[in-house]
Every structure is written in C-alpha cells, then in structure tokens.
Design a protein around this ligand. Structure first.
Ligand code: ZN
Length: 500
C-alpha cells in the first residue's frame, strides 16, 4: 500500500474510535442513568487510551516522515499531512497513562460538578477541580511552551493562539464595547418585557418552536437529533449523525430558542462537512473559533435581527397564542436584544457576552499560573463580575459553578467564543457583498442563500486551511475585530439611541 493510503487507513480507524467516544459522551449527558457514572468513566478512559495508542504508533511517525519529503501532494493531501503531524506531535508528548488518567478524572469531576451545581455547594467540586488544574499544568508541561504555560493550553483549541495574541484583542473589545454597555445602563431605558415576565412558558411550545426554527434554517433531522441536557452542546459522530441539545425554562423562553439556533449553527456546520473527505482530518470542521462563528451567525447575526423577528413572530403566535397577543415584531426584536449585565454567560446579550469571556480568560490565566488558589476562586469570580459587569452573583450556581468547561479540564477554550463572535461578523459582512437582498431574504424566511454561502466558503473547506487562512480566503481579509465592533455599535444605537 502507498504510504499516503496507509496513513489515511490508520487515521480512519482513529476517527472511528473518536466517533464512538462522541456518542458515548452524548449518552452520558442526555440518557445515562446515574449509577452508570463509574462504568462510563472506565469506558471513556478505554476509548481515550486506545485512540491515544493508535495515534502514537511509531508507524505513523515513519509514514509522516516519508510523506513530508514528497513534493507532489495536492492541497487536501497537504492539509491531511499537516493535521496528522499536529495530532501526532501533540499525542506523542503525552504519556498514554496520563491520557487515561485524565479521561477518568474528566468523567469523575463532571459528575461532582453536576452535583455541586445542583446543591449550590462549591465544596463538592473543589477537590476534583484542584486536581484538574494540576493535571492541566502537567499537560502544558508535557506539550511545551515558549512563554506561558497557559499558551500551551490555548494552542490546543486554536492553533497558534497565545496570551500575547489574545490580550490585545480583549483590550480592543473592552475599549469599544464596555463604553457602549455603560451608555445603555446609564440611559436606563428597558424594553417592555412584561409579555415575557408575566407568563409561564410551557416546555411543549418551546420544543415545537425550537424544532420549527431549526428545520427552517436547514438542519437535517434525518441526520441528527434534538434533546435536552443541563448544558447545551452539539456532538455526534459524522455529518450523518449530528446531535444537539438545549434546555428549557418556564420564565425565559428565549434561552431555549436562541440556544437551539446556536447549536443548530454548530450542527449545520457538521452536516456541511465535505463528504469526499469523510474520516480524514482535512474533512473535519475547522478550529473552535470557526465553529463558534457558525453558531453565533444563526443565533445572533440572523436570529436577533429585526428582519428575522418579523419572520418568526407568526411561529411564536402559533405556539403561544395567548402570551403573544398584541406583541409586535418590534417588541419581540427589542426583547430578544435586551442589553443588560447578567450572571449567566450562555444567556448574555451580544454586548456583554465578551465581558463574560474576558473574566473567564483572566481567571484561567491566573489559575494556571498559580496566582489564584482554588479556595479563593469562588470569591475571585464574584469580585470580577462586580468589577466588569457591576453585579454580584447571589450564589455559586449562578457564579463559579455555571459552566461545565473546567470540570473536563478545558482551560484555554473560552477565548475561542470571542474569536467566534468576531469571525461571524466578518463572514456575514463578506456574504452580504454577494447577497444584496440578505435582509429581505431573512424577512421572508429564505435562509438557503446564506447557508449556501457558508457551505461553499466555510463548511466545504473543512480543515484544509488553518483557521486564520480560512477566514482570509472567505472574506478577503485576515481576522479582525472591526466588523464585529461596527455591527454592535450600529445595533445598540438603533435599539437604544445611544452612541459611545
Ligand atoms: Zn457554541
């Protein structure tokens, strides 16, 4: 067998193992009975260990060296080779025993995080989190870094990302976004939320609305599922099997719909991957920042536009006829765009969202560097919310226990959310140049043309290019916060008639 074909065959087996891991992980969040937690930890540990043994096989190292000397590779082959080299190098630096131990601890601490969150008691999660932070430091040391330990972790989620690159980005956003939020808060004008607050929103209607909107946007339910889980996510294994979840609240019907549009965006990306590259690294969705750009696109750029609200109003009326009586598209638009500092990141508005991310980024940086101790973390969290958002969480569930990420050791993940916001604005700005009727299409519920643009310029390109190169190819410019800042400033001015 040709060296390239042999490498692809081995990578296919590794991808299959990770697909099975994805399904078992989905089951853990959605279906698994509580007593199975220990067993599930063993299963996930085995899957992770086996995948690790396969990617670290010395034969892969030989094949890579052999192929890297060839100069006749096309764009896709070169992409596969680059990605396989990255995975091989990252994996060979981590001892197999450490990888298994980490996976086992991930399952254990996800369970204690869930319990701690339900009981509003940080002490239940404390020891598992402390061990997880230690393991992540150890992981960074195995992987290596030039400047900061945290850089090694950032690089896991977006290739080449460092504190030196992220710091100025957040500084730029803080400069432009914080004054906008301040101006809105000072103006003190709140849209009329009575129709939201005065009603008890049943789950059945919310489910029907989520389903209808997800279908209309283009999610293929013959190749995917919608379920409920504590923390919404999108997973599954392959474009033929994409699974996303949402959660329902009687007091906030927007959480489930916009959460659904967010996860649908992730799902559409997964379903749009290039099928001729199934099981190949270049056929996977690109870095987490690009993935998040697709969820944010449908959730915010589309879902919170004035035109979308006009289209979706009849669906709200159909599923909640009594509650929506007398509510206009303009009322709905103002309500779904309420700019107000709040505790929960996943329910935050577009203007304050990146401040939530900035807080997590600053805390992670200090935790990994040992500048914050685990016992001081809950209060450090609350202090930063007070400093940046002017509010203090009343309990741990709404504070430090709200996100699942740290329970599985995903330090370095949060900044990709902000990258996603920036990319989504930049991509839509580019798409609008060839879709002059974009706003009208949204008003009519014609989502096909925008999805087709994303399919062609983002989804079908898989991971052939590095994330920054993909954004530049799709939009004509390298990643920049400009489109996002312009978009947000324009929107807040229209909503609140304020300038900053
Ligand atoms: Zn997301």
């Amino acid at each position: 067998m040709d060296a390239y074909d042999e490498l692809m065959a081995r990578l296919k087996d590794i991808d299959l193992i990770s697909q099975v891991g994805g399904l078992v992980g989905w089951d853990q969040e959605v279906m698994m009975p509580p007593k199975a937690a220990g067993l599930r930890a063993e299963q996930l540990s085995w899957i992770s260990r086996t995948g690790h043994e396969m990617i670290t096989d010395s034969r892969i190292g030989e094949l890579l060296s052999d192929l890297e000397s060839r100069d006749d590779l096309d764009e896709i082959q070169a992409g596969n080779l680059r990605l396989a080299r990255e995975s091989y190098d990252k994996a060979t630096k981590l001892p197999t025993e450490f990888v298994g131990e980490l996976a086992k601890h991930q399952s254990k601490s996800q369970v204690s995080w869930t319990e701690a969150r339900a009981a509003d008691d940080f002490s239940i999660f404390r020891d598992d989190l402390a061990k997880m932070i230690d393991m992540c430091r150890q992981k960074a040391d195995y992987l290596g870094y030039e400047d900061l330990r945290y850089d090694a972790l950032l690089d896991l989620y977006e290739s080449g990302l460092t504190v030196a690159r992220v710091d100025p980005l957040f500084a730029g956003l803080r400069e432009n976004v914080a004054p906008l939020v301040k101006a809105v808060v000072e103006r003190g004008e709140r849209p009329d939320m009575a129709f939201v607050d005065d009603n008890k929103w049943g789950q059945t209607g919310q489910e029907a609305l989520s389903q209808a909107v997800s279908e209309a946007i283009g999610f293929d339910f013959k190749a995917g599922r919608r379920d409920a889980s504590t923390h919404p996510f999108c997973g599954g294994s392959n474009p033929d099997d994409v699974r996303w979840t949402t959660r329902y609240s009687e007091t906030d019907p927007f959480g489930s719909l916009y959460g659904s549009m967010h996860e649908t965006g992730h799902g559409l990306y997964e379903q749009g991957r290039p099928r001729n590259l199934d099981f190949q690294p270049a056929g996977q969705a690109n870095g987490l920042g690009v993935h998040e750009s697709q969820s944010r696109l449908w959730e915010n750029q589309v879902g919170r536009s004035r035109e979308f609200c006009e289209w979706v109003l009849p669906l709200w009326q159909e599923h909640f006829p009594d509650f929506m009586e007398g509510v206009s598209a303009d009322d709905l638009w103002r309500a779904v765009n309420l700019v107000e500092p709040s505790m929960i990141r996943v329910e935050a508005d577009e203007a304050t969202y990146n401040l939530h991310i900035m807080i997590r980024y600053e805390i992670e940086k200090r935790l990994i560097a040992g500048e914050i101790e685990v016992d001081d973390l809950p209060d450090a969290w609350d202090d930063m919310y007070e400093e940046f958002l002017g509010i203090r969480p009343p309990n741990r569930t709404l504070g430090v226990l709200q996100d699942i990420h740290w329970s599985f050791g995903a330090f370095g993940y949060f900044p990709t959310y902000t990258l996603g916001n920036l990319y989504s604005a930049q991509l839509l700005e580019a798409a609008r140049k060839v879709l002059p009727d974009h706003d009208e299409q949204m008003r009519r519920g014609e989502f096909g043309p925008l999805l087709a643009w994303m399919r062609e310029h983002v989804h079908a390109r898989g991971s052939i290019l590095e994330p920054a190169a993909l954004i530049e190819e799709a939009t004509g410019s390298p990643p920049s916060p400009d489109a996002f800042v312009t978009y947000l400033r324009d929107k807040v001015e229209r909503l609140y008639n304020v300038t900053a």
